[in-house]
Design a protein around this ligand. Structure first.
Ligand SMILES: [Zn+2]
Length: 142
């Protein structure tokens, strides 16, 4: 499978709809003390939806694994002309919203966005070759 150009630029300031931001915070609260996780969907360069998924990891208090079926379904929908899979989100119930050693191990370096919820805030990271890069965002309507 060839990924489309995700079209995030180094200067970023990515627009994130308020409702996407709120969804991630709400899901993180609801999953506590386990990690919440899900997908970030949208149009190239613009996240429009957070799609909650089951965390199927055997130790969800400290790890996450997005339900593989949710990933398959999302990629299939994208290929069929639906929203693109621009990234993922998960929560850190007991830590800051920065990539953990485990997150770094899991990173694919594929340019997707990882939103991490921790300490009641959301930080965005771009999964690029060589590691995660913090990216700035602005909350927008819509
Ligand atoms: Zn993590």
């Amino acid at each position: 499978m060839v990924d489309m150009d995700l079209e995030f630029t180094p200067q970023d300031d990515l627009p994130i709809p308020f409702r996407v931001h709120e969804c991630m915070l709400t899901e993180a609260r609801a999953a506590f003390p386990r990690e919440a996780c899900g997908l970030l969907l949208g149009l190239p360069g613009r996240i429009t939806h957070a799609l909650p998924a089951r965390n199927v990891h055997a130790r969800p208090e400290t790890h996450f694994e997005i339900d593989p079926q949710a990933l398959i379904d999302a990629h299939r929908a994208a290929r069929g002309g639906g929203l693109q899979v621009l990234g993922y989100y998960h929560s850190h119930p007991h830590g800051p919203p920065r990539p953990s050693a485990e997150d770094i191990r899991l990173a694919a370096g594929d340019g997707r966005i990882w939103a991490i919820v921790g300490e009641k805030r959301v930080e965005l990271w771009e999964d690029v070759a060589g590691g995660f890069r913090a990216i700035s965002y602005s909350l927008v309507n819509g």
